[in-house]
Design a protein around this ligand. Structure first.
Ligand code: HEM
Length: 157
């Protein structure tokens, strides 16, 4: 898990694309706290944007209760955001999530679309609080989580 490295010295020298610094982790955690109270709305925004970006994704959720699915997604993101403090526990949980996605008809390309829908949701949900720094921190966080999931799902990132 070299992408996540919270050692101060390396964090200070962090390039634009990871590793996630302490400050970036704090930005992700504090901004997510603002989304949690509007989780149902955020989930609706998320799936609305996802299906707008790629209508072909819709059939994957044909048998899903989208209200339930939205809750599961938001809960999992909450687990992941809190888990940035404890990667030893988070990484195996995200790997298992990735393995389960093997059975859902999900492709590697879908992860990019989901990432775009997530950033759009954060922008709408957070408004001005979605600063460029916050966006960058979320981009690194999502990209890293998606890499762990894809590696578990397809055997490569
Ligand atoms: C960081 C990325 C993602 C997270 C956190 C996430 C989270 C979840 C969670 C928590 C579930 C509930 C079932 C379970 O835990 O196994 C789930 C199911 C599902 N996800 Fe994801 N997911 C991600 C990426 C994706 C992508 C890229 C797609 C493709 C469009 C996708 C499509 C689905 C589908 C089709 C289901 C099954 C729905 C059902 O059984 O009704 N997910 N996801």
């Amino acid at each position: 898990m070299s992408l996540f490295n919270f050692k101060k010295k390396e964090a200070e020298a962090a390039p634009a694309q990871g590793p996630l610094t302490e400050a970036q982790k704090d930005l992700v955690q504090s901004s997510w706290e603002k989304v949690v109270p509007i989780a149902d709305t955020a989930a609706e925004l998320f799936y609305g944007k996802l299906f707008e970006l790629d209508p072909a994704v819709k059939p994957l959720f044909a048998n899903s209760d989208m209200s339930e699915q939205g809750k599961k997604l938001m809960q999992m993101i909450t687990v992941a955001v809190k888990g940035l403090d404890n990667l030893g526990e988070l990484v195996p949980a995200v790997q298992k999530l990735g393995e389960r996605h093997n059975g859902y008809g999900v492709t590697a390309e879908h992860y990019d679309t989901v990432g775009a829908a997530l950033l759009d949701t954060l922008e709408k949900g957070l408004g001005e609080a979605f600063t460029p720094e916050t966006k960058e921190a979320w981009t690194i966080t999502y990209t890293t989580l998606a890499s762990v999931m894809k590696e578990a799902q397809f055997g490569k990132a």
